[in-house]
Design a binder for this molecule. Sequence first.
Ligand code: AMP
Length: 217
Amino acid sequence: MSNDLKAIVLLGAPGAGKGTVAQHLLDNFDVIHFSTGNLLRNEVKNDTEVGAIVKSILGSGDLVSDGVVNQVVEVNLERVLPEKRVVLLDGFPRSVDQAKFLDTIFDACLKNSMKVIEIEVDYELIVARIVGRRVCVLCAATFGADDKIGRCSRCGGELVRRGDDEEEVVRHRLLEYQRITLPVSAYYADRLIKVDGNASREIVLQSVTKLAMELGL
Ligand code: AMP
């Protein structure tokens, strides 16, 4: 199966630990990172037409329209798909329409060419994790709720909560995730592998490593 595997889609609610899992896979396996968040931020940085459209949306927690994201994905995916390495899709698809669009990009052997990993975490745990998170005002290092420290352990800077980490904002993002993105996992039922993300970071990453090896990465 590993020979046919072209892409892995990483799904999970905001705060489920997708970023940590993506970084772990990048550090330990030969995969190409394909993050729509990064691609869109690059469009803004490069002052492109797309960048002008998405500038005010990025960082607001709202989603960019399917049409704009799909266009950016198509252009960039066609560039990396011919490579022999597996593409790790991080942050895409975030709606069923995007998932359907992705299916049109892949070829006929689609079912064997991609797998979907969903990191499942209880919403209350996500809220507690994000609301407890602190960021250093000087060096931007992030500290979890379990790091019981008053100041940044790297540079001594003051630790504050990020604006979009307020409980109300987090709950709004989770509701939006439930409404728009969660149906994507039902759409992928035949290619879906669930990982329990409620455990400690170490245990979750162990499960991910085992899974990646089973997938032949
Ligand atoms: P991320 O880095 O994945 O958290 O993405 C940052 C922001 O980019 C998101 O909050 C959205 O505004 C936008 N974005 C990234 N990927 C998508 C997507 N697949 N669909 C819609 N908006 C997206």
